[in-house]
Write a protein that binds this ligand. Structure first.
Ligand code: 5AD
Ligand code: FES
Length: 393
């Protein structure tokens, strides 16, 4: 016995530094709460439902004592909150992965500049416009243009593309997810018609951020970018990965506190999925249940937020995305990228929908949503009560 654990330790050392995760101990061990613990936990969940925030200590209690049984209660309260603002509607966004070139070095990401096993591609503006056209005919009215940080996409290039898109269709929203840029750049893109910007903060813990990113990347700049985007008038999305190497419940509490302070319009929450060609190879991935708990908590803290049920959740379980709808998510982002490129946008492995056409994804998603007692909404799906600030033009 002793010998076999020694061998396992030696083997994991050989494969690289392996970190045990320190989040949700009672979920991991599948333990249960005493009656008193459960009462306190449910009281805190109810308080969160009523007041939309807790203090640091109480958040930590919730995370430290969350069990599988109690997560059902949390999910039902988060679902109630979502129903209050959005009913059973799920907004669909057409996702176009425009480039897998990236100059950044996020250690978890399978398309960071160091990974040499991925074939790189980028779409031209005409190809992007073509994808949007196809998406428009499938009924989508929001297009999410996501890519690595690729200097090919200058402001002028993107501005021209945004102008063409917005000239052609007055009834669409464009979400950009192209990483950190200067405030001037964000402003130009907003003025040219971009409506929303997704830039996950990744983690609100400086320690964890520095662990997951190389030293040339800046925790503070990420926050500056998010503040700039808000100031300009974008609908802004933050977000984080759950279960990343060395993440603790204390780190997750930082995320909850930060999200409340930032008050973004959208929050992307998904599991960390270990990619074997990155320097974090050999670590455990996050789990579905942990991620769903965080989705539900975010719904309670930011009741009106647009919360995507992320593709990463669908990668962990065949009905991961549907379960997220039951835990408070209200957005899905089916892929409308050209089929030949999908497999190359491999931020993590075993990504779903890489062999489907845009039309197949569209139908598949609708079927899934209906099967889980929800309805699709193909409207632009702005944040409740959002009004766009005037452009600088
Ligand atoms: N596992 C899960 N999510 C990842 N992302 C990048 N790499 C991974 C991974 N290995 C997420 C990051 C990024 C978003 C586009 O994808 O949070 O912001
Ligand atoms: Fe893409 Fe099901 S959502 S195939």
């Amino acid at each position: 016995m002793l010998q076999s654990s020694f061998l396992m330790l030696w083997y994991s050392k050989l494969r690289g530094v392996r970190h045990m995760n320190y989040i949700f101990p009672k979920l991991k061990k599948n333990s249960s709460n005493t009656v008193t613990e459960q009462e306190k936990l449910h009281d805190l969940i109810n308080e969160l439902y009523e007041h939309e925030q807790l203090d640091r200590e109480d958040y930590l209690y919730v995370l430290n004592n969350m069990t599988e049984e109690d997560s059902s209660y949390l999910f039902s309260r988060a679902f109630e909150k979502k129903e209050f603002y959005y009913g059973n509607k799920v907004y669909l966004r057409g996702l176009i992965e425009i480039s897998n070139y990236c100059k950044m070095g996020c250690k978890y990401c399978g398309i960071n500049y160091k990974v040499d096993t991925v074939e790189r591609y980028r779409l031209t503006k005409d190809e992007i416009i073509h994808c949007c056209e196809e998406g428009y005919h499938l009924g989508y009215r929001t297009f999410v243009l996501q890519g690595g940080e690729d200097s090919f996409y200058t402001d002028d290039y993107l501005v021209e593309m945004l102008h063409s898109l917005k000239l052609k269709h007055k009834d669409i929203r464009i979400t950009l997810s192209l990483g950190e840029r200067s405030k001037e750049s964000y402003q130009k893109l907003y003025d040219a018609g971009a409506d929303r910007y997704l830039l996950r903060h990744e983690t609100a813990s400086r320690r964890l951020y520095n662990h997951l990113h190389p030293s040339f990347m800046s925790f503070d700049n990420r926050r500056v970018c998010l503040n700039n985007l808000k100031e300009i008038g974008y609908q802004v999305g933050g977000g984080m990965m759950i279960g990343s190497p060395t993440q603790t419940n204390e780190d997750l509490v930082e995320d909850l506190l930060y999200l409340k302070e930032l008050n973004p319009h959208m929050v992307g929450v998904g599991p960390y999925l270990c990619h074997s060609d990155t320097e974090l190879r050999g670590n455990d991935s996050g789990t579905l249940l942990e991620s769903l708990v965080m989705v539900a908590l975010v719904r309670l803290i930011l009741p009106k937020a647009l919360l995507p049920s992320t593709t990463a959740l669908g990668t962990l379980s065949a009905i991961g995305r549907e379960k997220a709808l039951k835990a408070g998510a209200n957005v899905m982002m089916p892929n409308i990228s050209p089929s030949e490129n999908r497999i190359k946008y491999e931020i993590y492995q075993n990504k779903i929908c890489t062999t489907d056409t845009s039309g197949q994804c569209r139908n598949c998603i609708e079927g899934r949503i209906i099967a889980f007692d929800h309805e699709i909404d193909l409207g632009v799906g702005d944040y409740v009560g959002f009004e766009r600030k005037n452009r600088h033009d």
